[in-house]
Every structure is written in structure tokens, then in C-alpha cells.
Design a protein around this ligand. Structure first.
Ligand SMILES: O=C(O)C(=O)C[C@]1(C(=O)O)C=C[C@@H](O)C=C1
Length: 360
């Protein structure tokens, strides 16, 4: 015997009522958490990345389906975002304009109950957070096809901000046309330089004679189509929707697993969440075996490296700074031992932050 549609919908209504009551009960608790934070700390910190990561991990671990763990975690991401907004509405600066992948990353990480503020350049995002005009910032740091975003790494050299989180985003690029685009007369295609690079093979094969013009962001490329008839843009879905464009061809990135990693920057240290990463900068006097000496303590303490980059130090020609990402939190005994060894060997270390591994 199958249930009637009315019967099933009545059951859904009853459950929705319960869910709604429970969500409000949860929000009341979050509000009380805020009161405790205010009562116990003259400078209360409302956003707690380590706690959020733990909540989301638990959601995934205990999930029984039929909804999958990712989907369930995304629901809870939004629930916590709304609860946090009752405590304090977060202002999050990102590399704009509106519609960039960085905005998408910011919303993926913080949920939609934050105020997201577009800024024109990576160092502006840093400055906005340093000045306290935004609580947190979101900047791109590396792409799986095109490699590191040098500007972000270089800005860390002079900034005191801390990394307090990471987000990974699968990047899909679409060839977009505007209302006025005459599709058979297209002579130029706009996009950010990194995006053009990520779609190089597709463009070579399908638009060989079309001029590729690099602009400041994919969203800017999309915006330009409103007053041009012989151009197309390459950008993501957010820009497509924001500027009312139409996709001529979807997913034109050369690598289907094209992913960009973004960092969340803030002014506080983040306590351990149980599954963390640490980012640091190491510089030492140029000598034979310097890199080997920098890496050996990590091996000796059994710490896994997740990334290693070198950048010119900008203090003297041909001297370098190493950017190291590793597993673990700076309070962990073995990581402490690594830091002690590196310092004892005369290297300069700058800890950029320990933060939860991306959950979503
Ligand atoms: O546990 C806290 O500190 C809270 O403020 C509650 C809560 C949540 O909704 O679970 C909300 C915001 C924080 O970023 C972390 C968690």
C-alpha cells in the first residue's frame, strides 16, 4: 500500500515544523554563547573556525543518508552562518569585483549570512582586515593548473595577519555571450590572465584567430560584454548570472579537476581543531644545502608537507624565502620541535598561522 500524496505532504509539514523549532532553539543557544563570550572577554571573538570545522566534521561522520555528507554539511554551513550572524554580522573582504571565484569561495566558507565586500586588489584585502574595517579577508593562493598566486605570498612577507582557514573550489570556466554579442563576428575574448591560461588548449582548438585580452578579473570580463558586440568573455557561473549572460560553451577549462585554493586571513590565532595545517615562511642565509636543512627537521619529526614554494626575498638579489605548508598545529609537540630546530640553525621563521583543514 503506498501513502497518498496528501498523507506524505502532511508528514513533511510536521517534520518541517519540528526542524524549524529545532533551528530556532539552536539559534537561541548560539545567542547565549555570544553572551558568555561578551561576559568573559573584553575583546570577544565570535567567529570560531576550529569549532565550525569540528561541527561540520561531526555532521559528515554521523550522516546516514540518503542525503550525502557533503550536502548535509552545506546545510549546516548555512545554519551556523545564520547563528553567527545573530552573534555578530561578519564583514568579509574579498578580491572583487562581485561575481569572482573569490566571492564564491568566501560564501562557501562563511555561508551566506555575511556581508561580503569586494576590493580591487589582493593587498587591499589585507589592508582592510589589518585596519579592522573587515573582520576577515579571502584571497586566492594557488591553482592546480597554473600554480601559485605570487601576489598573495609576497603580501604575507610584510603583513602581520594570520591565516585562519582554507577553502578549495572546483573552477569551471564558461564561454559567455551578452545580449548584443553577434556570435559569428567575435574578434576578441576577455578574461583574467590565469583563466586564459587555464583554457589555452580549448582556445587554440576552437577560437584560433580570436584575440585574447587579459583584464583584471573574470567578472570585469563579463561586465564588458554589456557594451560590446564583437566580444565574448570567459568567466564562472556567478559572473554569468550577475551580468545576465548566456553560456555558449560550458566547462572549457583544459583540466577537468581544475581547483583553486583560497586562504582566509584574520587578526587572531586559531586554536587546534584536531585536523589542522600550518603555514610558515622560512628564510636563511644562502648556502649549499639550505633547502635540505630546512626540510630535514620535518622529515625527522614525521610531519607531512603539503606545499613548498620559494619566492625572491626582496631584500637581496638571489636570496629566497621558502613558504611551507605542513600538516599539524603549531602547538603540536613535533611541530614545535621543528620550529626550534629551524631557529637553532639560524633561520628566520614567520608563522603565518595554524588553521583547520578545509572540510567542505
Ligand atoms: O560555538 C561557538 O563559539 C558559537 O559561537 C556557535 C557557532 C554555531 O553556530 O555552532 C557559531 C559561530 C561560531 O563560529 C562557531 C559555532
Amino acid at each position: 500500500m503506498t501513502d497518498s500524496l496528501d498523507n506524505l505532504r502532511n508528514q513533511i509539514d510536521e517534520l518541517d515544523q519540528k526542524l524549524q523549532d529545532l533551528l530556532n532553539e539552536r539559534a537561541t543557544l548560539a545567542h547565549k554563547v555570544a553572551e558568555v563570550k561578551i561576559a568573559t572577554d573584553p575583546n570577544p571573538v565570535f567567529y570560531r573556525p576550529e569549532r565550525e570545522a569540528q561541527v561540520l566534521r561531526k555532521v559528515k561522520e554521523r550522516n546516514q543518508g540518503p542525503l550525502d555528507g557533503e550536502t548535509m554539511a552545506r546545510f549546516f554551513r548555512e545554519v551556523m552562518s545564520a547563528c553567527l550572524a545573530l552573534e555578530q554580522r561578519m564583514k568579509v573582504a574579498f578580491l572583487g569585483p562581485e561575481g569572482t571565484f573569490t566571492q564564491q569561495a568566501a560564501l562557501k566558507h562563511f555561508g551566506h549570512a555575511v556581508e561580503s565586500v569586494p576590493l580591487g586588489a589582493i593587498d587591499e584585502v589585507f589592508r582592510e582586515v589589518e585596519a579592522g574595517a573587515a573582520h576577515y579577508g579571502v584571497v586566492p593562493v594557488e591553482n592546480s593548473t597554473e600554480g601559485v598566486v605570487n601576489h598573495t605570498l609576497d603580501t604575507f612577507m610584510t603583513s602581520e595577519l594570520k591565516i585562519c582557514g582554507e577553502v578549495e573550489l572546483r573552477i569551471h570556466h564558461h564561454l559567455l555571450a551578452g545580449q548584443h554579442t553577434q556570435r559569428d563576428k567575435v574578434t576578441r575574448v576577455y578574461s583574467h590572465q590565469q583563466t586564459l591560461a587555464q583554457c589555452r588548449q580549448w582556445l587554440d582548438a576552437h577560437m584560433p584567430g580570436v584575440e585574447r585580452i587579459a583584464v583584471s578579473s573574470n567578472a570585469e570580463a563579463a561586465r564588458r560584454l554589456s557594451d560590446e558586440w564583437n566580444a565574448m568573455a570567459i568567466a564562472g557561473e556567478m559572473a554569468e548570472e550577475l551580468y545576465g549572460l548566456e553560456a555558449v560553451q560550458r566547462n572549457i577549462e583544459d583540466r577537468p579537476d581544475n581547483t583553486t585554493r583560497f586562504l582566509i586571513i584574520g587578526r587572531q590565532d586559531t586554536p587546534a581543531s584536531g585536523k589542522d595545517k600550518t603555514s610558515l615562511m622560512v628564510s636563511g642565509k644562502n648556502r649549499p644545502g639550505l633547502l635540505f636543512e630546512v626540510l630535514a627537521p620535518f622529515r625527522d619529526e614525521g610531519i607531512n608537507l603539503t606545499r613548498l614554494e620559494s619566492r625572491p626575498s626582496r631584500t637581496a638579489n638571489w636570496s629566497y624565502v621558502f613558504f611551507v605548508d605542513c600538516e599539524g598545529h603549531k602547538e603540536d609537540g613535533n611541530l614545535q620541535a621543528v620550529l626550534d630546530k629551524l631557529e637553532a640553525a639560524g633561520n628566520t621563521i614567520k608563522l603565518l598561522g595554524s588553521y583547520p583543514k578545509a572540510v567542505l
